[in-house]
Design a binder for this molecule. Structure first.
Ligand code: FES
Length: 127
């Protein structure tokens, strides 16, 4: 599925919603969007809190990674998603969006992944 959705938040007002307890450590939680803003089998590019993210939805699961491909200028949110694998739109390298691991060269460096949490129809990451 080709991914064409995009959300940009005002960088001066990132949606950081304070701290949440995760394994007894307080970590910042950032609101990304409502679940229904992400098409099933698709993604959103989200800029917030100084991060440029790709938020993916596979069925009922949500995964967040850096948007920028580790191999070059490709935008992963503009790639092609098949299951848990995103194909970069630039040189067709592939990553697993759940683990960040490289699935197919020419990429060699894993992508950063973020713990993604859904509560009351809203998607957050914990950073
Ligand atoms: Fe993504 Fe080359 S820029 S595979």
């Amino acid at each position: 599925m080709r991914i064409e959705n995009f959300i940009r938040f005002d960088a001066s007002s990132p949606r950081i919603l304070g701290l949440v307890r995760n394994q007894n450590i307080l970590v910042p939680r950032i609101q990304l969007c409502k679940t229904d803003e992400v098409p099933i089998g698709g993604a959103l590019k989200i800029e917030t809190a100084g991060l440029i993210l790709a938020l993916f939805r596979t069925g009922s699961e949500f995964y967040t990674t850096d948007d920028c491909c580790t191999h070059g200028p490709g935008s992963l949110s503009e790639g092609f998603l098949e299951g848990e694998v995103i194909e970069c739109n630039f040189h067709q390298g592939k990553f697993n969006i759940r683990t960040g691991e490289v699935v197919l060269p020419p990429c060699t460096v894993p992508i950063r992944i973020y713990k993604t949490v859904v509560e009351d129809g809203t998607v957050y990451i914990e950073v």
